[in-house]
Design a protein around this ligand. Sequence first.
Ligand SMILES: [Zn+2]
Length: 104
Amino acid sequence: MREQRVRDLGGLVLEMVRRDAFREDLVYEQCSELIGIEERIQELDALLATATAVRRTPPAARCSCGAPILWGSHFCANCGRAVAADTERQADDASARDEVERPE
Ligand SMILES: [Zn+2]
């Protein structure tokens, strides 16, 4: 949609110059509409990023028995095994994920 509008604007400017009937006000009008669209897109992007981040916060932690572990629980609801402390730290520091993942 935005790319299309930019192309239209370029075509419009070209056409006006070609006909020697350049209308600055029209260009300004088109540009401010485009800027409005861009601002709207940025708002939506920010909202989307926030929504995605919130959804990603609880990692899909799993017990070694394979059952998913509820966020904040200290024991597995399936087998009762104590959840490793580093499973909780995993969420706080995503970069530490590599050292947490080890063979069983
Ligand atoms: Zn378990």
